[in-house]
Ligand binder design. Structure first.
Ligand SMILES: [Zn+2]
Length: 122
C-alpha cells in the first residue's frame, strides 16, 4: 500500500497594477454639483442635467464657462500568477487550503487561482 505523498507546493503570486483603460473626466463649474448643499442623489441629478446642457453647448459652442477635462487612467489589480483581476481570499494550512476548526484561514491569496500572495505584495 502506497503512502500518500501529497506535498503542498504552494503557488505564490504578487499583485500587479495593470493599465486597462483610459477615460476622460470633466470637472464642471462648482454650481453644477453643489457639493456642500446637496445629497449624492441630488448631485447625480444635478450633474446629469449639467451634462445634458454641456452636450447642448458643445453642439452650438456659445458658452465661455471654463471646463476642466482630464484623462483618467483606469488601473486594475491583477494576479501575477493567473493574470485575472485580483480578489483576495483567505486560505488555510491544509492540503486543499480549506479552513478547518484546527486550521483557520490565515493566508491571503488569489480567489481565482489559489496562489498565495507573497509578503510585501500590494
Ligand atoms: Zn491568480
Amino acid at each position: 500500500m502506497s503512502t500518500p505523498t501529497t506535498i503542498m507546493q504552494a503557488k505564490t503570486c504578487t499583485i500587479k497594477r495593470v493599465l486597462v483603460d483610459a477615460k476622460v473626466e470633466i470637472t464642471p463649474p462648482s454650481y453644477a454639483y453643489g457639493y456642500w448643499r446637496t445629497t449624492p442623489q441630488e448631485r447625480q441629478r444635478n450633474l446629469e442635467q449639467w451634462v445634458k446642457e454641456f452636450q447642448d453647448f458643445l453642439r452650438d459652442h456659445r458658452s465661455q464657462d471654463a471646463n476642466i477635462l482630464s484623462v483618467v487612467p483606469v488601473y486594475e489589480k491583477r494576479c501575477s500568477a493567473c493574470d485575472k483581476e485580483y480578489e483576495a481570499f483567505m486560505y488555510a494550512d491544509t492540503p486543499d487550503g480549506v479552513a478547518t476548526a484546527e486550521h483557520p484561514a490565515i493566508h491571503e491569496g488569489c480567489a481565482s487561482c489559489g496562489a498565495l500572495k507573497e509578503k510585501g505584495g500590494g
